[in-house]
Structures are given as C-alpha cells and as structure tokens.
Design a protein around this ligand. Structure first.
Ligand code: DAH
Length: 344
C-alpha cells in the first residue's frame, strides 16, 4: 500500500508539473483528491489494514495528500500569475505614441464674407432677416413694382414652379415681407442674406444659384445722402479706408431714383488697368430710394416715410477682395481652393 501511495504521489506531481492549463489542473485535483479520486480510493481501503499497520500508512497517506495539495496550490498560483502577465502584455498602452490627428474643417469663404458684411451692418444698427427661397410671384415681383408683363421682369430669368410660385430671383422680396410684417407702424432697418436662383448658364461670372444681401432702411426723412454715407462706410470697411465710391444713375423698378455704386480700383488706384477695364472703377452693387409704390404696397405712407434699399452679391465682393476669378469656385468645393480662406 505504501508503494501504491508513493506511485500515486509521483504520478500526480508529474501531471501537475506538466500541465499549463487551469482547467486541466482542476481535473487533476478531482482525479486524485475528489470523492472518486484515486487517493481517496486508497484511503478508503485502509479499513482492511491491521491495527499496527494503520498509523504508518495513515501518515504516508497524509503526506501524499499534503504534497499533492501544496503542489496544486503552487501551480494554481503560477498559472494565475502567467495569465495576468499575458493580459497585461496584451493590454499595454504605449502612452508615448503620437496621437491620431483629428481633421478640422473651416468655414467656407462665402460664409466668412457674408458674416463679415452682417457684422458691419449690425454695427450700424441693422437687424438680420430671412425669407423663403421658394417665393410667390407677388413678393418676388408685384410687391416690388413689377406687375405681370412688366418688361423689367426680363432682367431676371426665372425658374417658375407654378404660375404663382417661383425660386426667388433676388433677396428683394424680403423688403416687401418685412414692411408688411411691420405694418407701417415702425421704422425698418434690416439686411437679408440668402440664396437666389436664375435661369443662367453657369460660366466664370454666372451661376444659376448664388447669394445676395439685401438692405433696407425705411424711416421718416431718410435721404439719398444717407444711402451714400452708408454705402461709403460699407465700402471703406470692406475694401480699405482709401477706397472712394461713386454713384451712377441706373434703373430698378423698386427704386426711384436708382443707382449703381462703384469703388475706385484697388489695383491701379483709379488710373485704369485690366481689372477695372481701364475705367478706374469697379461696380459693386445696386440701390436707390425705395419707390413710393413699393412703400405703399408695404403698408408705409410715402408722404410720411421714405427709405433706401440696396442689393449686392457677396460672391462678387469676395472675388474682388481676394482675386477669385471664377464664381464656380464657390460651389465646386475644391478643398485646395477653400482651404486658403480658412480662418486660423
Ligand atoms: N434686386 C436687385 C437685383 O437682383 C438688386 C437690387 C438693386 C436690390 C437695387 C435693391 C435695390 O434693393 O434697391 O439685381
């Protein structure tokens, strides 16, 4: 029996030594020390031994059990340690690795220009207003003194949706909407930036969709000189204090008199060059004194109120300011072009 016990110990210790697997180690434990384990089986047979033999064999049996238990515990600890180390290895984070750069965008050149113009007019007491891009014939034309079949409608080739609905051709309808909303009861001082649409063939200077900023100031005693002073301040802030402006007579159905504003050419300082086509002046925007019919349709008594209005294209302004020579650059979203104008 003694040999049997020692054989069990030798075999058990060898198996424990060999295994590298926690589950197998558990199986080994059961195989020797479990209820049906081989050591347990031998111990159960001790009843058959003589009284004299029993203490000696019992002692050996205890030693064997102890040896197997200690060996199992040591191996368990060793395997657990190995497992932990492996896990730590696998989950190592190298804090010295350079980070992955996050790509940051920037606002579009056109957005920047529109915001710059907005800020400028907010500084002069104007509020920003908006209007729908799908507009009624009434607001886009009739309320602006352009009745049906008026020849000046041809100035703006229109995308019609139905007979009465269209894509707005300019931001001027927001003049009419704002006046009607204010019901002739208080002064109006607003600018309206937004998208407009025309049936033009796209080329370097035309786009079927572009941006406009409309301005309107209606109050008592608003005069032509107020328009000129406002536009002069705008031009100087936008293009530099050394710019001169001039107003030329023009025609728009919604203003009387109507003007176009030029600024002195920055490139040649008025001498004449190919940018200003030899004139020394560059056209920037249209405007004028609000036509009495337009005031009236907006709900303002032209005997009591007067006003000025103007409309400009931010693309054109950006093109002049930054030397962009093709309006399509604003819409084709070539990142190499746009990147140059990102604010830092
Ligand atoms: N709506 C005009 C256009 O699209 C621009 C314009 C001219 C607006 C004169 C005005 C104005 O308010 O007074 O060509």
């Amino acid at each position: 029996m003694k040999e049997q016990l020692e054989a069990i110990q030798a075999e058990a210790l060898e198996r424990i030594y060999q295994t590298e697997d926690m589950k197998e180690l558990q199986d080994i434990k059961v195989a020797y020390l479990g209820k049906k384990g081989s050591l347990t089986g031998v111990l159960r047979g001790m009843g058959k031994l003589s009284k004299e033999e029993r203490p000696a064999v019992g002692e050996i049996a205890n030693r064997v059990r102890e040896a197997i238990t200690v060996s199992l515990d040591e191996k368990t600890e060793k395997l657990e340690q190995a497992e932990l180390e492996q896990q730590l290895q696998a989950e190592t984070i190298d804090v010295t690795l350079p980070g992955r750069p996050v790509k940051v965008g920037g606002s579009h050149l056109l957005t920047n220009i529109v915001e710059e113009i907005e800020d400028l007019f907010i500084g002069m007491g104007y509020e920003i207003r908006e209007g729908p891009e799908v507009e009624t014939d009434f607001y886009n034309f009739e309320a602006l003194n352009l009745p049906k079949n008026h020849p000046a409608r041809d100035m703006q080739d229109t995308f019609y949706i139905t007979n009465e609905l269209l894509m707005r051709t300019h931001t001027s309808p927001v003049q009419a909407r704002t006046m009607r909303e204010f019901k002739g009861e208080k002064p109006v001082k607003m600018i309206c930036p937004g998208k407009v649409y025309r049936r033009d063939t796209d080329d370097a200077t035309h786009s079927h969709q572009f941006t406009q900023i409309e301005g309107l100031y209606v109050d008592k005693n608003v005069r032509m000189s107020d328009l000129k002073g406002t536009l002069d301040a705008f031009a100087k802030k936008m293009f530099g204090e050394d710019r001169e402006i001039r107003l030329r007579p023009s025609f728009f159905p919604f203003t009387e008199p109507s003007v176009e504003m030029d600024i002195s050419c920055k490139v040649c300082n008025g001498e004449g060059c190919n940018v200003c086509k030899g004139t020394g002046w560059i056209e920037i925007l249209g405007g004028g004194m609000v036509h009495p019919r337009v005031l009236e349709m907006g709900g303002y008594d032209p005997e009591e109120y007067s006003g000025f209005a103007f409309g400009m294209g931010p693309e054109r302004i950006a093109m002049l300011k930054y030397g962009v020579n093709d309006i399509r650059q604003f819409y084709t979203n070539d990142i190499r072009f746009l990147k140059q104008y990102h604010h830092a």
